[in-house]
Design a protein around this ligand. Structure first.
Ligand code: ADP
Length: 463
């Protein structure tokens, strides 16, 4: 109304101005010869000028509105000026809202994109609306090209298709993913009329851990049940029959062996559990290499009881205790008990698996990059190549009979691997059937240093 009034007012102003101009011209020039038509002509011309100017302004505003509004709106006084100004303000406001919403949406999508799980949106026709990269990888999709494609045309795993078509989404579906050779778990969550959110997760690792846990429990039960059965049988025999003294001694010896076997197993299991639950060994507890070698040699000698030739390399000794000079001069940052146990396991294996008369050598080397290397070499039966990668698995044995006969629990090398990995090193095995084996433990340069004098003296007294 206000705009209309001001328009009418402007029109009247233009007409009046035209009439005044016409009247003035008539008075000065007397063109209408007393008829007085010139002021009317002036008023009409004023009205036409007003309409022409108004149309031009209207056309300018319309052309700005029809365009992309990259330029500022035309600036006029009056009706068209205000219209253009208000339209411009409304558009800027709308752009602002749109931009803020786009930013929010992008933030949300980047959060979903960063999810370790796959996220995929399906419309009411099961067509892909959007998916993150993880989902694209799980289902073998292209996040851009495959948008608007029906998912069942692209993902053909029968378990997934059946799950989607059945529409019973209270439980996830789990199926082998032929693309990754792993296992995929997929859960659908309806979130709107016919719209579905598909969540996918690669559970290969979880399944592997679960299966390892099951195997471990089964193995432990089996390992404990065998000696327990023997013990229970003999207890029954002893309590029901009077055995001759010789036979009784034999039975008691077997019982002692089986009890020892269970003790060793429980002790190894406890050690593994302790290793898993404790923090990494510190970097500031320095132990002389000579102390570790000295203890390992002593362990080997006591178990071998003179049946093997046990040496330490290099052979020249500084302290007369059979420990090499080079080793005396070096310290390693480690947990003394853990590294002693690891080296103890290696020398114990060397003694147990190497026949009488065999040779066992312990070596320490500091490598050019500053890292350290403990090696235990024997000339025993050696191990075939196909077993090497699995030796450090829990309860893996090349020859079960021989392992059990010599008191093995099947956990020794698993403990060694755990210990050395906690120290930032690794276990290396080199072996050939008939030629013997070399088990090596590496320690990173940060855990190896030249010994201080005080430590060297200490070493001499330890060994
Ligand atoms: P075990 O208690 O059976 O010795 P380990 O984990 O210590 O268990 O060793 C795993 C397997 O590796 C053993 O059963 C044995 O077959 C093989 N092994 C380990 N050390 C040697 C070695 N020095 N010579 C030959 N075989 C070995």
């Amino acid at each position: 109304m206000e705009g209309l009034l001001s328009g009418v007012f402007a029109l009247i102003s233009f007409a009046l101005a035209g009439a005044v101009a016409g009247g003035l011209a008539d008075w000065l020039l007397g063109l209408s010869r007393g008829l007085g038509w010139l002021p009317w002509l002036g008023a009409a011309a004023g009205a036409v000028a007003f309409v022409w100017r108004d149309r031009r302004r209207g056309a300018a505003v319309l052309s700005w509105l029809r365009g992309r509004q990259d330029e500022p709106a035309p600036r006029f006084a009056g009706f068209w000026g205000e219209l253009a100004y208000r339209a411009e303000r409304a558009l800027v406001k709308r752009d602002d809202v749109t931009r803020r919403e786009r930013e929010k949406r992008e933030q949300f999508l980047s959060a979903v994109e960063a999810s370790p799980n796959g996220v995929l949106l399906l419309d009411a026709q099961d067509q892909i609306e959007w998916c993150n990269r993880v989902a694209a990888d799980h289902f073998g999709l292209d996040p851009v090209r495959d948008v608007r494609q029906p998912i069942t045309n692209l993902v053909r795993a029968p378990a997934f298709v059946a799950y989607l078509q059945a529409g019973a989404f209270d439980q996830p579906v789990t199926y082998p993913n032929p693309r990754t050779q792993g296992t995929l778990s997929v859960l659908v969550k309806p979130y709107g009329p016919g719209l579905n959110l598909v969540l996918s997760q690669d559970i290969t690792e979880r399944e592997r851990a679960e299966s390892m846990r099951r195997d471990f429990v089964a193995n432990v039960s089996h390992e404990i049940r065998t000696p327990l059965t023997v013990l229970a049988g003999y207890v029954e025999t002893l309590s029901s029959i009077q055995l001759p003294p010789e036979e009784q001694r034999r039975v008691l010896h077997v019982m002692e062996q089986q009890a020892g076997r269970m003790q060793a197993l429980v002790s190894d299991l406890l050690q593994l559990a302790q290793l898993e639950g404790s923090p990494r060994p510190r970097l500031d507890q320095w132990v002389p290499v000579a102390a570790l070698l000295g203890q390992a040699v002593a362990d080997a000698q006591s178990l071998s009881a003179g049946r093997h030739r046990i040496t330490v390399s290099p052979a020249d000794t500084a302290d007369g205790a059979g420990v090499p000079t080079a080793a005396v001069m070096v310290e390693v940052a480690c947990s003394l008990t853990e590294l002693q146990s690891a080296l103890g396991n290696l020398v114990t294996n060397a003694v147990r698996y190497t026949p009488t008369g065999g040779r066992i050598e312990l070596r320490w080397t500091q490598r050019d990059d500053g890292s350290g290397l403990f090696e235990v070499q024997d000339d025993g039966p050696g191990i075939a190549r196909e077993h090497l990668a699995r030796l450090t698995e829990r309860f893996y044995r090349v020859d079960s009979g021989r392992s059990r006969d010599t008191g093995g629990t099947g956990l020794g090398l698993a403990i060694v691997k755990h210990v050395i990995q906690r120290h930032g090193g690794e276990i290396l095995v080199d072996s050939e059937p008939g030629k013997g084996s070399v088990f090596a433990l590496t320690l990173p340069p940060a855990r190896v240093r030249a010994a201080r004098m005080a430590s060297v003296q200490e070493t001499a007294s330890v060994t």
